[in-house]
Design a protein around this ligand. Structure first.
Ligand code: NI
Length: 133
């Protein structure tokens, strides 16, 4: 598995983008609305590192729980895999619980992503990348 990005929960997308830019990050494309997940997403690069800013679209957004508890914070590492269904099965056998089954992520070229949780790890995301990178 290769690290694809670090997911970073932010309360207000536009002001947080400005703060990351001040540190030298560059925006990767435009901010994308992921209606299915109730979040706004903006990828930012610093050198070879990619972070994903995730902001709530509304009060019902699931990201609000993390922001309320912890404020702006990194909250998941996303790993790229060749076959997401195989990777999910393997991790379930390793004690991970599937939080969100593989489905398309509009912010990542509609590649399939899945979220899993392990109490000794926290949240991880998988993204299937088999045609490029
Ligand atoms: Ni992510």
């Amino acid at each position: 598995m290769r690290i694809h990005h670090l997911g970073y929960a932010v309360k207000s997308m536009d002001v947080s983008i400005e703060e990351f830019v001040k540190l030298g990050y560059e925006r990767v494309g435009e901010t994308v609305a992921d209606e299915a997940r109730g979040v706004m997403i903006q990828f930012m690069n610093l050198g070879n590192y990619c972070i994903e800013l995730v902001a709530p679209m509304n009060a019902a957004s699931s990201i609000n729980g993390i922001i309320t508890k912890l404020g702006n914070t990194p909250y998941h590492i996303c790993y790229s895999v060749d076959n997401i269904d195989e990777a999910v099965e393997r991790l379930k056998n390793e004690g991970y619980v599937l939080m969100e089954k593989p489905s398309c992520a509009i912010a990542i070229d509609s590649n399939k992503v899945a979220f899993l949780y392990n109490k000794h790890m926290g949240i991880i995301e998988l993204v299937e990348e088999n045609e490029h990178v």
